[in-house]
Design a protein around this ligand. Structure first.
Ligand code: SAH
Length: 466
């Protein structure tokens, strides 16, 4: 089993610092089931590749009683894919041999360890019964470009057909610690077998390594289930803790909260005014292909569908529940074919780079940013303004100054219990100016709803253009 990691960040040989393994040396580490070798097939200023090769002892595995029970007493007990296929053994090797790199520690290159750099990982053989599609669905939402090649079982006996293993290459601009963490969690998920007992420890490891990104991964339930080997109570606990309380990005569909916000704002029919203002901004920009990020139940989509000038509407939300509601509310299944073709809905997160966000001429995030943890705003900014970078971006968010005018709202409370923050006009404008400056956009602001001379309008809108 061979894992290689390549960077073209310059000087590329800094990879040695990031991995705490000198490029000029070949090092060998003894692990419980064999040896791990780390060496560098290439190490130049422009390009550096580190390799982690597992030299696996299948007989030792049998003697050590670590093999899977279901193969005991059969030939498969001795002859199996463990020596060459990526499996939980690789995760253990990563955790033991590259532990400081996985934690994001790099003596002498601390700052670089925290930076996203171009990285490419190749895995010589990855088992995936779910085929190429499953592989893609695990890595693409994390921003990787995925290349796969199915491995023929034996070139000399083509009639044996193709196996379940793939050569895989993953490319992304990521932190090395994130790449290692993604591999650590997802390789055993693909393999769906573990060579060691899965208990509370594993649950803690999963939450520790996967916590941040797993919460918003479209396949988080499947990943959790497989990582924890289908142990129901552990899986339940892990999912509860992932989704728990204050996590910004896991939005379990929150009907009650939604109604709470709507009833507060109803006297102003703020929602209708917001949609009208957004429509006006989009039409003013001449936008025809619209991306609605955090589309919720599809209220804006419904309004956009009535506009003849709009050719394509793509709605994205992290919450499957919301997307299902949107599909119901819009009656997509009963819509005439021509109209239906204009709409596409998919699950995704606006804090993860996604190739599907690039094909639009305007993106909207209507009452969404305040649902995202402040610490993730930087990621949102890059996804939207650096990678997707549509010519127009419309963002709306509550104006917290106005909250004192809502009779039903307890002082000091946000309008919705899932809001991570609510901003004053100055805070929102400062954020927008910063974003605009960093990414070459112009921005203008508009109040939405009745403007109060003292505390301003209930909603604020920023329209970015370039
Ligand atoms: N834009 C809609 C819904 C606003 S509620 C409207 O104006 O009616 C906020 C929505 O953002 C919710 O549907 C929530 O699921 C979604 N959301 C929260 N965090 C998200 C993220 N990181 N990526 C995509 N959607 C997100």
């Amino acid at each position: 089993m061979l894992l290689t990691i390549t960077t073209t960040h310059r000087p590329a040989t800094d990879l040695g610092y990031l991995l705490s393994k000198h490029p000029d040396k070949c090092q060998t580490f003894s692990l419980a089931y064999g040896k791990a070798h780390v060496f560098y097939p290439e190490a130049t200023e422009e390009r550096c590749t580190a390799a982690l090769a597992l030299d696996f002892d299948p007989i030792g595995l049998v003697r050590g009683g670590r093999s899977r029970n279901e193969t005991k007493g059969t030939l498969a007990h001795y002859v199996n894919d463990r020596p060459y296929a990526a499996s939980s053994f690789l995760s253990v090797a990563i955790a033991q041999v590259l532990s400081s790199a996985m934690k994001g520690q790099a003596k002498g290159r601390e700052e670089l360890a925290g930076r996203e750099i171009p990285l490419s990982a190749t895995l010589s053989a990855v088992p995936s019964r779910g085929g190429e599609q499953f592989l893609r669905s695990l890595f693409e939402p994390l921003g990787y470009e995925v290349q796969t090649e199915r491995i023929t079982l034996d070139e000399q006996f083509p009639e044996w057909g193709e196996g379940n293993c793939f050569r895989v290459r993953l490319d992304a601009t990521v932190r090395l610690s994130d790449l290692l963490t993604h591999l650590y969690v997802l390789i055993p998920v693909l393999d769906n077998q573990k060579h060691y007992w899965v208990g509370e420890d594993e649950l803690e490891k999963l939450l520790d390594k996967g916590g941040e990104w797993l919460k918003v991964h479209p396949l988080r339930e499947q990943i959790t289930r497989r990582f924890l080997r289908h142990q129901k109570s552990l899986v339940r606990e892990a999912l509860e803790r992932l989704v728990a309380g204050d996590d910004p990005e896991v939005v379990v569909h929150d009907q009650e909260g939604q109604e709470q916000e709507e009833s507060l704002e109803r006297p102003l029919s703020l929602n209708d005014q917001r949609i009208a203002a957004v429509l006006a901004a989009l039409k003013g920009a001449g936008a025809q292909r619209i991306l609605d990020l955090g589309c919720g139940e599809g209220k804006l989509i419904g309004a956009l569908l009535k506009e003849k000038s709009i050719a394509k509407i793509v709605g994205v939300d992290v919450s499957v529940g919301s997307l299902e509601k949107a599909s119901d509310r819009l009656k997509l299944d009963r819509m005439p074919e021509m109209k239906r073709k204009k709409v596409e809905l998919f699950q995704g997160s606006l804090t993860y780079r996604d190739a599907r966000f690039t094909d639009c001429d305007a993106a909207c995030a209507i009452e969404v940013i305040e649902h995202v943890d402040a610490s993730r705003l930087e990621a949102l900014e890059r996804v939207l303004f650096e990678f997707a970078k549509p010519p127009t971006v419309v963002v709306t968010t509550p104006n917290i100054e106005h909250n004192v005018r809502f009779e039903g709202l307890v002082a000091g409370k946000f309008r919705h219990r899932d809001h991570r923050f609510e901003w004053t006009r100055k805070q929102f404008e400062d954020w927008c100016w910063g974003v605009a400056q960093r990414h070459g956009y112009a921005v203008r602001f508009m109040p939405i709803g009745r403007e109060d001379p003292e505390v301003g309008a209930p909603t604020q809108m920023g329209v970015f253009s370039k």
